[in-house]
Design a protein around this ligand. Structure first.
Ligand code: GDP
Ligand code: IMO
Ligand code: MG
Length: 431
């Protein structure tokens, strides 16, 4: 019988700890596949005390004898890809044998990155807070049927096609009254970046470029196991997130089908991951955001600074209205809780169980959470006020923490299967 693809994805606004947990789960799978997003992601892994941040390469890359796949639905900046690979090679990781790349994945051009900056600048106070990695403009061109795919780089007319697309972008830049000279890409002038980009295209071509949908389906038929690694989080999904303050891809489980080329019948478990509190980086609604000492404590103790941009993350209490919505949309079968250790010293833990919007009690995530007067309704639970040691396993956890888990389990109606108590690979409890 054909195997199914299990999926791990974020249930909040990203940075839930996906990288760490994918690395932890990787030994159970033959392949780890990214299905959407690009280098806007920053996935952190801590292995033997050393921290690694991956942006575009799947988080299974540190495991020997595992394949990793950059799927159709991903958008790839060759320069960032090359830099990331070179760092891994320095660490002794044989990226060429462990990594496959979908020919149908779209390329992020230097001029896509330029457009990202131009659009953000033009938005004034309504900026999304994009990571400026060119994600939005690249997906826009994909949908508009203008984009270039990795497979195009193998054809003789690639440079010609590149120039046509680049020139159309430059016209847009001029329409906005901007000029190339006003922007740098990763601190480099456009033409310097462009030169690096073409060199990186050659590097990219040295990898195994594949028809991702065939590879994935054949593996499943041959009894192999695949874990799909989400990027961003459900609330950043272009359809179901807090639009327009979202990214430009389908981060939800449905994105796995289009992003890897599998049928809905081929999706198995859906691991939904959430922090024990909540964070968001960039602009947009965040109902449970804290502006007080507790918010600061979460940021400091949780080291909530962006893995891609270094920006401080906005912090708040866990939001069960939002999480129920995410569990529903993704069909979460297994819940994974990360970073409860950040709450170790708090006497009281708050969990948002409803919103009060203009005097009305709302317990389903609404169309708009940032209009009118909105305040979260909280349930308070006693804090466990002690360290959470992974070593003693589930039986060694403080009873008040177990009550907190029971509350989450009951509210979200989903079993908790993994608890993470620290950034390290080993700081993980299987339930
Ligand atoms: P991702 O984008 O979902 O992979 O998450 P990030 O890597 O952007 O952010 C998660 C951060 O929390 C990283 O710095 C991780 O090392 C760290 N982390 C992951 N799990 C835990 C945990 O259980 N406890 C603590 N204290 N840190 C964790
Ligand atoms: P991982 O995979 C957190 C946010 C940006 C911005 C919005 C749009 O590490 O969880 P984009 O660059 O896509 O135009 O940005 O989405 N964002 C993330 N926030 N984690 C991420 O990825 C994110 N990727 C994008 O901050 O608000
Ligand atoms: Mg991240």
């Amino acid at each position: 019988m054909k195997n199914k693809v299990d999926v791990l994805l974020g249930l909040q606004w990203g940075d839930e700890g996906k990288g760490k947990i994918v690395d932890y789960l990787s030994p159970n799978y033959d392949m780890i596949a990214r299905y959407q997003g690009g280098a806007n992601a920053g996935h952190t892994l801590k292995i033997d005390g050393k921290t690694h941040v991956l942006h575009i390469i799947p988080s299974g890359i540190f495991h020997k004898n595992k394949l990793n796949l950059i799927g159709n639905g991903v958008v790839v900046d060759p320069v960032i890809f090359k830099e990331e690979c070179e760092q891994l090679v320095k660490l002794g990781v044989d990226v060429h044998s462990r990594l496959l790349i979908a020919k149908k994945a779209h390329l992020i051009l230097p001029s896509h990155r330029l457009l990202d900056a131009v659009y953000e600048k033009s938005k004034g106070n309504l900026k999304i807070g994009s990571t400026l990695k060119g994600i939005g403009p690249t997906y826009t061109d994909k949908t508009a049927r203008l984009g270039l795919r990795i497979g195009n780089s193998l054809a003789a007319d690639f440079v010609e096609k590149y120039n046509i697309l680049k020139n159309s972008h430059l016209k847009i830049v001029a329409m906005y009254g901007d000029s190339i000279a006003d922007f740098k890409i990763d601190n480099k002038p456009f033409d310097v970046y462009e030169k690096e980009w073409f060199a990186a295209i050659e590097y990219l071509k040295s990898f195994q470029l594949v028809e991702c949908e065939n590879v994935v389906n054949n593996m499943l038929k041959n009894g192999k196991t695949i874990l799909a690694e989400g990027a961003q989080g459900t609330m950043l999904d272009v359809d179901y997130g807090t639009y327009p303050f979202v990214t430009s891809s389908n981060t939800v489980s449905a994105g796995v089908c289009t992003g890897l080329g599998i049928s809905p019948h081929d999706v198995g478990k859906v691991f939904g991951i959430t922090k024990a509190y909540c964070t968001r980086v960039g602009a947009g609604p965040f109902p449970t955001e804290l502006f007080d000492k507790v918010g600061e404590l979460l940021r400091e103790k949780g080291r909530e600074f962006g893995a891609t941009t270094g920006r401080p993350r906005r912090c708040g209490w866990i939001d069960l209205v939002q999480l129920k919505y995410s569990v529903m949309i993704n069909g979460v079968t297994d819940l994974i809780i990360t970073k409860p250790d950040v709450l170790n010293n708090l006497d009281v833990i708050k969990l948002c169980t409803a919103y009060n919007i203009d005097g009305k009690h709302v317990d389903e995530f609404p169309f708009c959470v940032d209009e009118g007067s909105m305040s979260p309704v909280y349930t308070e639970l006693p804090g466990w006020c002690s360290d959470l040691s992974y070593a003693a396993g589930i039986a060694g956890l403080p009873p008040k923490f177990v009550s907190y888990l029971d509350f989450l389990n009951q509210q979200l109606d989903t079993k908790i299967t993994v608890i993470s108590t620290g950034p390290g690979r080993e700081e993980t409890i299987k339930c």
